[in-house]
Design a protein around this ligand. Structure first.
Ligand code: SF4
Length: 250
């Protein structure tokens, strides 16, 4: 299988990009960056559109100019594929699987972990994986002990804030940080209100796709996240807009 490789897991967030920038600056061995793109359906990315544009328009070309090969992985499975699949066994047999569960996301399992695991099996034994875990994330760092995963942010004493600044100076800070501090799919059940509001305001086509899915009958659950249906969130935003709209009467 050849000599062990050095790979960097990359979501194109600040921590993983800062890791790659640090590797290049300090001459750390690095064979490739591995990115797994979750898809909404076979054509639409699960990345927030601004982040997807940043990845393909700015970040990948910049890494390639630095001599870093970027491997892009995608699962055949998609959010819509999982959503519209039907339960095959048990009391809910025949029902539409619908929204992934908070804390037990099937999209994470099938569209992210599986392709990465499959790729990892093709790598030589002893391959080292750089992971973007900052020096101020001690709990996550402790979990790396005894594994083949290494944090260069820890090695070079980089906090999350340092990673942010390092990427900003390099012109490689994703525009998503303007409205969120977390990465993730635009349909994530863990999305914060600001992220959902961003989607509602700037990507009405994607918003409409979620409302279409919400309208499918016979779903296992009607809830998009722990407490709300997607249509409840839609109604709440409409109400907010109507309350803040300037008085049209005059
Ligand atoms: S970001 Fe959210 S929806 Fe996407 S894989 Fe992770 S938990 Fe699932």
């Amino acid at each position: 299988m050849g000599a062990p490789k050095f790979i960097a897991s990359c979501s194109f967030g600040k921590d993983s990009l800062a890791t790659i920038l640090l590797a290049k600056e300090h001459g750390e061995p690095l064979d490739e960056a591995v990115y797994c793109e979750v898809m909404f359906d076979s054509n639409i990315s699960g990345e927030v559109p601004e982040h997807r544009d940043f990845i393909y328009g700015r970040a990948i070309p910049a890494l390639e100019r630095m001599g870093v090969r970027v491997v892009v992985l995608r699962s055949q499975q998609t959010y819509v594929g999982l959503f519209t699949g039907r339960i095959t066994r048990g009391p809910k047999k025949g029902m539409v699987r619908s929204f992934p569960l908070c804390g037990k996301c099937a999209v994470q399992r099938d569209c992210k972990v599986r392709p990465i695991e499959r790729y990892r099996k093709t790598l030589p034994a002893g391959t080292v994986q750089y992971v973007g875990i900052a020096q101020d994330e001690q709990e996550r760092l402790l979990r790396l002990e005894g594994s083949k995963q290494v944090s260069l942010l820890d090695k070079y004493n980089f906090t999350e804030q340092d990673a942010w600044e390092f990427c900003r100076k390099a012109g490689l800070l994703s525009p998503v940080y303007a409205f969120t501090d977390r990465g993730g799919c635009w349909f994530c059940p863990n999305a914060k209100r600001e992220e959902l509001r961003h989607l509602y305001d700037h990507h009405p086509d994607l918003w409409a796709r979620m409302l279409e899915l919400q309208a499918i009958p016979g779903k296992v659950t009607e809830k998009f996240n722990r407490t709300q249906r997607f249509s409840d969130i839609d109604e709440a935003f409409r109400l907010e807009d109507s309350e803040t709209a300037p008085d049209q009467a005059a």
